[in-house]
Design a protein. Sequence first.
Length: 365
Amino acid sequence: MTQLPEDPEITARARSGGLEFRSLVWLLVLVTLAFGWILLPYYSAVFWAVVTAILFTPVQRRIRINLKGRPNAAALLTLLIVLVIVILPMAMVGSMLVQEALGVMQRMQSGEISFSRYAEQIYAALPAWLTGLLDRFGLADLAGLKARLGEQLTSGTQALASRALSVGQDTFNFLITFGVMLYLLFFLLRDGTGLALRVRKAIPLNEEDKRELLARFATVIRATVKGNIVVAVVQGALGSLAFWFVGIHGALLWGVVMAVLSLLPAVGAALVWAPVAVYLMVTGALWKGIALVAWGVLVIGLVDNVLRPILVGKDTKMPDYLVLISTLGGIAVFGLNGFVIGPVIAALFMAAWDIFIDRRAEREG
């Protein structure tokens, strides 16, 4: 069979077209990196605007239907709902938390709350064999411990004083970031469907794979945010109630700390209530300490063991250990935002590998 000669004009045109496409790809990479670079200072605002838009898009769609297809009014009304049910409660809790923290600091300055005194009380209540063990390892030097604690408190106070000088600037930056988030959220709610379609078209995969990846992305964000926030609020409220019942100062403050730490699955809230329970038991308030342990294990721990798998693991279809590792890694890399970013990356990792395995099996079959 004779091979027809190649047309030089067609060959040159194909080579030119390939070069143009590669140049376009490189241009796309460069401008995308540059765009990400200029957005980096406000990545938290952009990130939470996208997350909130994904969470409230079903609400916006219902409102838009009821308003007979008025996108601006539907987006504005949805934004007001976000402010009422999310932002305002957070602002109220934040105000109460500041007042509680100021009260705790005043009691620390007056000596009513003294961590060195608590350490002495705990040491005095320890059995002889344990104090001997501490002596052997050089951990019973209360005077040195008190001096080191005083140095840490002094340096901490100086750091807070220097930090107070930049409160105005931080507040200004926060207001700008918050304003950017709300502004972007409005347009994401209004034009989010069109933007999602453009992103979907730009992904160089077939329709089935794109549908699976985007569905997994939205599902993980909804499950992670809603699940972790529900668990955090419930555990923080239960921990604050327990601390108030046993007479711990700053119950609201410690409840908020437990809520934040509860973003770490399995171990979060126990980092607060367990040491307090030990202190109560060794300083004579035995039944209060036992009650706090029972409440922490049977009630606060039950919330984590029951609600988190239902709200997070079930929808994300990820095992508990992967949720824990990805959450810890996400927080370590991205800060508090990582409790969402970590599980999302883990879920997309699993979905991408599932797609790859399926496509390779189809080729081999």
